[in-house]
Design a binder for this molecule. Sequence first.
Ligand SMILES: [Zn+2]
Length: 680
Amino acid sequence: MKKLLSILLALTVLLSLGASAFAGNDDTPDGRWLCSDIDGSVTDDTPAELKDDFHLYVNKDWFVNTPLPDGTLGYGTFEEMNDVLDERMLALIHDESLTGHDAELVHKLYRLASDWDYRDELGLEPAEKWMKAILSIDSLDALMSYLHSDENLTRSILFTSAVGADMLDPDVYTTLIVAPTLMLQDSAEYTERTEAGEQAYEKNRQISDYILRRLGLNEEEAAAAFDNAIAYETLLASHIQPQSAQYSPDYLMSILNYYDRDQLAELAGDFPILDLLTVVGNTSAKRFMVHEPAFIAALQDIITEENVPLIRDWLLVNNMIETGKRLDRETYDEVKAIESRLMGITGTSDDESIAVNTVKELLEVPMNKLYIQAYCNEEQREAVLDMVNEIRNSYYDMLNATDWLSEETRAAAIEKLDNLRIRAIYPDELPDWSDLDFKGIEEGGSLLDAEMAIGRYILENNAAKADTAVDKDAWDLMILPTVTANAAYNAQDNSINIFAGFLGGVFYGEDRSYEQNLGGMGFFIGHEIGHAFDTNGAQYDKDGAYADWWTDEDKSVFLERAAKLAAWYDGFIPFEGCEYSGQQVQTEAIADMGSMKCLLAIAAQKDDFDYDAFFRQFASLFRTKATLPAIIGNTAVDIHPMRYMRTNATLAQFQEFDDFYGIEEDDGMYIAPEERVAVW
Ligand SMILES: [Zn+2]
């Protein structure tokens, strides 16, 4: 479901240098800073000088003394905070005095997830009926009737459809049509497999093989099913743009393809696209935005009688892999063991954390409501809004002082800042999920059936929004859950969203100093505002419409500056064999640097500002460690610079940092002023 939601909004969520300008580090592949994100890369003996590698200097003790928790592939400040949130949620889950429908749902799901005796009693049975239905598909007609039937576990329709704000008119919802998510994540992996692609392939192959054999297929059948699934995705992939296309400044323009019902039907030809949309509850939408028309046009030649065995096996593999976490202990443990072997994970998570994560994942909205009612208050919101205002004011100063902007573009940028929508901590109105229900243990329910019921409920609610008006004042907890250590900018309503999960831990606390809070949550507030003016956000106007408010000249200067930034990041080689893509991390790096610039401007206006506390807090935000396989997989898709870069590459752009610590030309943190790459 997360995959579906991530395409709903233009949402950006947090989480070449001349050699002469860089002192150089002989121990790293790029001569730059050590990639301390990799677990085990820092030991007692690793030199950590403040002036050479600030991130390592501040966090060395943490790197050396904090082992990866059992069962995890990565750990850092965000996970630390999420552990605190998990504990609070667990307390709510165990609080029998909580009443009401949300509490009932949460308690019921928690029992389905945590009662392993019950899960073992059900065994594989919850998955068997769904599998049987897929295996009976033996013709195109049978395929279509399966897709329309109640036996279609995930309401698969062979492409992905979701209803989201219209890119050109963000006051109305429109139906988006996109290609399905591929097992190897990126269509480019089907022609030339990278290490990350190989990793995803192996993981899916081994899990699929294990589950299908447990469900009764023999070795040969299970292997053939996976091969068929990949063969089908290979057919699809040749019509899907590679992931790298998304990082191009022209990408948004390329997905603006609008169709009415007749035009969409004509585009799809023999592929019954309108008919299939009814499977997800979208029965009468009038307007469609098709990201890749060439893909939709190609489906009629792929969804054929001849390819039915491939499509059937693709449905089988995809659906059954998803059930792996929802069945009995043996299945759960083996799926985890496969992931652990491939991803370098040691140990396993405890049962409480498995159960709380399941509740969080499937019932995020009811869980968020309970959390808000128990832990959030108006004072917190006021405190966050005060901080937002201070940082927004600094952005005004920055825009006013930017010498490469014409007055015309500057005025439009300021108007965009005027119109910034701010959501802080919790919505005024909480959503009503009273019409969702599923069977608990008493009624003989299963975790898998509960997941299916919740998934369908979300799909139907989403589809019902097609062509209706967007209420920009509303806060949809489904898309913007607040119980997470995070924040988000949504370009389609020009909003920053600061979540409750930041409060009461390492990011923000009433017991922490002003400088710590500014270098903590304040940094992310500035970062999210910065997304309004990165190469993606800058293509949307003050109301969230995809519209050009730049003069040609200003835009070309802006894009040149952004290209210089991307080229500089291209030079990083965090680990041997990594081809780091500056374009992939460009928007996030722009937002990081924009935020730091505004925070330093605020600092300059304060008497006795404690720069050391501020910089250290900032560096500690990004301490993290993960297994090398996890890093390889993540680097292929993450649009954020690696964490050690987020500290060092950001700070190295600023004279204030150099001046405060006396950084000079021979130091690793030094970048000559003319080689700095901050866009703003
Ligand atoms: Zn971001």
